[in-house]
Design a protein around this ligand. Structure first.
Ligand SMILES: [Zn+2]
Length: 206
């Protein structure tokens, strides 16, 4: 009996130790699982957040594209209405540069002549050149780059007739649709036509 009493506590300790070992093992296993779960969730969260920012970036890109498309569409409609032009367009017009004059023998290019009426003498506008100063000046036309700042349009006669006044940034007055161009090359063709007419002024000089 006495021996049994001696044995008993030791057996209990062994049992307790085994139980503790078992529990410890289970706890460690469970903690390990939880930790793995946590790591997986953290990785998943950063992956999703990356995906979210990529999606946001894509949405922003699409919105920009849509805005650009709408702007271009609006401009296309405006060009259809305004003879191929809209505000902000870079255009070219034929700018005249004075290169010579047809000499006036009557006034010697002073545009005034002495007239006498009875005993009185006075200066009068030259009858040969005063009113035709432009046609007696020879110009050379060259394409000049400019920007459209305003377009006025007039429609009348049931919409049959239309007139456009196109204003440019650095040119005085308005330009008509047929006299301004979207490329320097097209404008040069127009300048060449005008310059031929200018040369006819010279040949008519003699
Ligand atoms: Zn004259």
């Amino acid at each position: 009996m006495f021996d049994d009493d001696e044995e008993y506590p030791q057996q209990r300790n062994e049992l307790t130790d085994k139980l503790r070992e078992l529990v410890d093992g289970e706890v460690k296993k469970e903690l390990g699982n939880r930790h793995a779960d946590l790591v997986w969730h953290q990785k998943e969260r950063s992956r999703l957040s990356l995906e979210l920012s990529a999606a946001r970036l894509k949405i922003r890109g699409l919105e920009n594209e849509r805005t650009k498309f709408q702007k271009n569409h609006t401009k296309a409609v405006q060009r259809e209405l305004f003879g191929g032009f809209t505000v902000g367009d870079v255009v070219y017009y034929a700018k005249p540069h004075e290169v010579g004059r047809i000499h006036c023998n009557t006034c010697n290019d002073t545009r005034k002549v002495n007239m006498s009426l009875g005993e009185r003498t006075f200066l009068k506008e030259c009858p040969d050149c005063y009113s035709s100063w432009y046609t007696r000046t020879i110009y050379e036309y060259k394409p000049q780059r400019d920007t459209v700042t305003q377009i006025n349009t007039k429609l009348w006669g049931g919409g049959e007739n239309r007139e456009l006044e196109i204003y440019l940034d650095r040119r005085d007055g308005s330009s008509k649709a047929g006299t301004i161009f979207l490329t320097a090359e097209e404008c040069q063709v127009y300048c060449d036509e005008l310059n031929k007419k200018e040369q006819l002024k010279r040949s008519g000089q003699s």
